[in-house]
Design a protein around this ligand. Sequence first.
Ligand SMILES: C[S@@+](CC[C@H](N)C(=O)[O-])C[C@H]1O[C@@H](n2cnc3c(N)ncnc32)[C@H](O)[C@@H]1O
Length: 367
Amino acid sequence: MTISSVVRNISENIEYKSVAIRPFDSKKGRMLSWVYRYERKEVTQNYTLEESVRLLDKMIGTQFSQADMYCVGKDYFLKTDGKEKLTVKESMAEREVTGRHDKVKTRMVEASAAFLYLLEVTSADGHVRKDKKDKFIQINKFLEFFSAAVQSLSGPEISVLDMGSGKGYLTFAIYDFLQKKIGAGARVTGVEFRPDMVALCNSLAEKAGFSKLNFVQGTIEGYDFAKSDVVIALHACDTATDEALYKGIRAGARVIMVSPCCHKQVRRAMHPSGLAAAFSRHGIIEERTAEMLTDLIRAAILEIYGYQTQIFEFVNSEHTPKNLMITAIKKRDSVAALPGSWRPVEELKTFYGLEYHHLERMLAETF
Ligand SMILES: C[S@@+](CC[C@H](N)C(=O)[O-])C[C@H]1O[C@@H](n2cnc3c(N)ncnc32)[C@H](O)[C@@H]1O
């Protein structure tokens, strides 16, 4: 039984990039919810099974080159060149089916995954621990967007750097996902300041048999690497998110995904006057303005370096108040800034009386 699937766009003529399809039960019986993902919005349509089959039949090979199907027991990854060639890769998937057949949970990582028990996210009976429920949902949601973002990568190998990996929940989940998707070509490294976390994660990676997952002790700023296809950071504190973005930009990473944590640097460096002085009248407004400005400038800088960016809430705020995500997909080969493209950043800085933005300062010093 297919419990969820994602199809990816290849046609220039349609605006949505991918469609995520999930079953649900309505008064009319079993239906499928289709979420069309555009660059800056999502549109949901519900269809019957028969309508969905007809639509899929028309789309695959013409509008879409790829369909990932997440099923009970197995996952299927279908690829077509739009002509004759159609390949289907399979991988085993231990998914949980709870209650009646229509209560299948549709998650990227299921609670039965062995690595979650090693990380103490789940208990011996395969249930998510109460205090780990939010983290479990966060990594599942992060993975959903990660899965969509890495579709733009071609080739048999994908390397990922997780900056500020902490206890490695997301790092393990990314490795597990990639290994199922591309096998031995998956390589994931966590960079973490705390030696105890690094030692623990390396020993758990060995226990899990995750041979190309490793953790390196050190700072993000001090971590030297020539190349990584993907750079991610989940809740790396304050300017550590900027360090991760900086490293990703410099390495020419094809995909960068960060979910920022606290935002202190911009608030301290912001001295609005004139019209913008109103933003400083109330502490909470100043705090939120500084947060928004921090991330707005991050996205603007990524665009200067040839990335197409999106900012959105990747998970409901009940699971973490730090639920913003910035995704960046590289659209230009050069790692240099587009000449004369800093104006939007300069204008924002001038309006808010911002002395400097950490990411901008680092880039200005080295590029
Ligand atoms: C809030 S935790 C998030 C951990 C993990 N990404 C997660 O979401 O589960 C932030 C982690 O980043 C690490 N960290 C913060 N700044 C860092 C830096 N500059 N270099 C390396 N690690 C850093 C901290 O030690 C901490 O483990």
